[in-house]
Design a binder for this molecule. Sequence first.
Ligand code: ATP
Ligand code: MG
Ligand code: MG
Ligand code: MG
Length: 478
Amino acid sequence: MRTAEIRQRWLDFFSSRGHTVVPSASLISEDPSLLFTVAGMVPFIPYMVGERTPPWKRATSVQKCVRTSDIEEVGKTTRHGTFFQMNGNFSFGDYFKEGAIRFAWELITTPQADGGYGFDPEIVWVTVYEDDDEARQLWKSIAGLPDERIQSRDKKDNYWHTGQPGPAGPCSEIYIDRGPKYGLEGGPIADEDRYIEIWNLVFMQYAIDQVTSKTDFRVVRELAQKNIDTGMGLERVAFLLQGVDNMYEIDEVFPVILAAQKISGRTYGANHDDDVRMRVVADHVRSALMLISDGVTPSNEGRGYVLRRLLRRTVRSMRLLGVEQRTFGDLFPVSRDAMQSSYPEVGANFERISRIAYAEEEAFRRTLAAGTTILDTAVAGVKAASPTAPKLTGEQAFTLHDTYGFPIDLTLEMAAEQGVAVDEKAFRALMQTQRQRARADALAKKTGNVDASAYQALQRDLAAPVEFLGYTDQTARV
Ligand code: ATP
Ligand code: MG
Ligand code: MG
Ligand code: MG
């Protein structure tokens, strides 16, 4: 079943059951605390937390999502994309736990000929929150699941809240067993690569406060109006129904792998590292296409930096596949063709999308040409000096950044490929010193050096040991 059809079946199923179809919101979230829309419920948060009155009792959507936190997983696991689509059904004080479980079970197991996804009920497993006996009982009575296919998980995995006082509640996740060929027995708590999580049901049931962490908060009361929020990974269902190994091999993504294969002359499936690179290329090209279409442009901070990183990782992955020449002109149109039946805007915006992407490719090729020799020389030097634990100094990483425009991620990745570590702490300290100096200079300029005391205070500051900021700096590492 093609991805577009799985998506349409979802919308048909829920709209014929009283849900209003709400179009996908932009990837650029309206919520200023989020870089991107990371889940189907994000556009519905104001209704969930009671800030706005929902115009519907029931709604459904297929939401475009970007999760940069999953970037390192891409191509290595079978199931994490930076861009993906989340199908959702939502109830605002209407049906609750029983209704949500009933709908989910029905859609998953109804035969394809009758409009469902047609999964064999025998390969469905679920998890419930450990105290949620109600959910466990419902899975038994509605789906007839035996106890051993209903696994319990604690707050870390199966409890939802926003991190703020407000609504919260237990979750129940649905998994499909891919069979012994893919890993260990024992259900999702034993092996999440054999048992693929497809759908998360969130039961917003309580009001909480005193939230200090994911697992530490106080339940104040049961909510008068209970809500349902669910999210199903469209690509995950697609890869299971299309009988392929992973989400990068579905109809909306695989054509780019084929293009990368053709350009590089390497064969997908022949070598693990090359496979990962081709999957990264296919994933990142698609994410970049969708992000630029929604108005993101490459820059050195925030959303623009995420986009820049995706585009640069694509260039690098193609280089590691042995391709030195430009490739975006061959990759982006393929991704557009795979996506535009569901997202006509990528066709309509393609002139702009390609202009932005191709310019970034060109700029990055110049950066790489300038810095790669410097990096390689430095790497060879530290390897010769310390063959057992070679490490680039903070100064070396800083020079690459400052003089050659190599972001630290790139230095880290390229050094790691050659088995070399980087003194990141020293690099960050140098970055901070540079920032403080820039601030001091700006201040000196503004005051014409009149206010010597402020300048001296800043200089004292510069001399003091610098605190390691780690990864809190979002522009440093996304
Ligand atoms: P996982 O444990 O596999 O990382 P998750 O628990 O983080 O998934 P949820 O936050 O529950 O995912 O999101 C709801 C659904 O969205 C998941 O059940 C899954 O089907 C899908 N999903 C989540 N992250 C991704 C991703 N990076 N790529 C593709 N689909 C995803
Ligand atoms: Mg996850
Ligand atoms: Mg999970
Ligand atoms: Mg989940």
